[in-house]
Design a protein around this ligand. Structure first.
Ligand SMILES: [Zn+2]
Ligand SMILES: [Zn+2]
Length: 261
């Protein structure tokens, strides 16, 4: 067990603080994150209204940043007119990325062709705004790489990474960061060798809260304070010290999202 680590600074690079799971006690959740050293949080927008709500939260609490965009699950509802709105929202300096965007052919909650259309439009938007992207990929690794290469823009993070070593290496060579979620704490997780092969300056950590709570809280509501369990597991896999990895992953996320302070 890692106790309160107030001497370290952590960055939960991907969570969903607008989720109704927090509607009754978001303030407590954010305070618990702070108490455990999570100084920085990026809450990821899922669609037009969620992106607006995410930005609103950034102004209610210190140290919260957001990404704005349309999740592949919501791609059926995406229209080009949203791009103008996202451009306006992006002028706010708490907006640090476009997304989450990408492809999810596991759930296919939106039609694959609509997912691709929304993804391409958001790559173009990120390129135009020179912002990094928060990319979600599930059962769509070759298709995602094909689209990224066709659009020629390689800035951002592959969040909640679940792909193989070869894909990770290719993405890293192109310039991407890789973010590891709490699923790394689950028995039999296949990412251990991926992490061992990664250059440390591309590694980020996240909760994807309220989903994917790490052990010892697996199955419960996740929250940013739990990101330390993920880092603890990574530290064991890499045989590295917790606080130096905290520093490295925080610096990486700050560099990825262009956060100076
Ligand atoms: Zn995602
Ligand atoms: Zn997410």
């Amino acid at each position: 067990m890692v106790s309160s680590k107030s001497n370290v600074i952590l960055f939960d690079s991907h969570c969903h603080l607008t989720d109704r799971a927090y509607s009754l006690n978001l303030k407590e959740v954010i305070n618990r994150a702070k108490d455990t050293g999570v100084k920085y949080l990026l809450t990821a927008g899922l669609n037009r209204s969620d992106s607006k709500n995410s930005l609103k939260l950034c102004h209610e609490f210190d140290s919260i940043y957001c990404s704005i965009g349309v999740h592949p699950h919501d791609a059926d509802k995406f229209s080009e007119s949203e791009l103008t709105e996202f451009k306006i929202l992006s002028k706010d300096n708490r907006v640090k990325a476009i997304g989450e965007t990408g492809l999810d052919f596991f759930r296919n909650y939106s039609k694959p062709e609509n997912q691709e259309r929304a993804f391409r439009a958001q790559i173009d938007l990120a390129k135009e705004l020179n912002l990094p992207m928060v990319i979600h990929i599930r059962d769509a690794y070759p298709q995602t790489m094909k689209i990224l290469k066709e659009n020629g823009y390689f800035k951002g993070v592959l969040h909640c990474y679940s792909g193989d070593e070869a894909f990770a290496q290719e993405a890293i060579k192109l310039g991407f960061y890789i973010s590891i979620s709490g699923s790394i704490t689950y028995d039999g997780n296949k990412l251990k060798s991926v992490i061992k092969q990664m250059p440390l300056d591309r590694l980020m950590i996240e909760t994807d809260a309220p989903y994917l709570a790490p052990v010892p809280n697996r199955g419960k509501r996740n929250e940013p304070a739990f990101v330390r369990y993920t880092l603890q597991t990574i530290a064991q896999i890499l045989n590295k010290d917790f606080s130096s990895l905290a520093q490295i992953t925080t610096d990486n996320a700050k560099r990825c999202f262009g956060i100076q302070d």
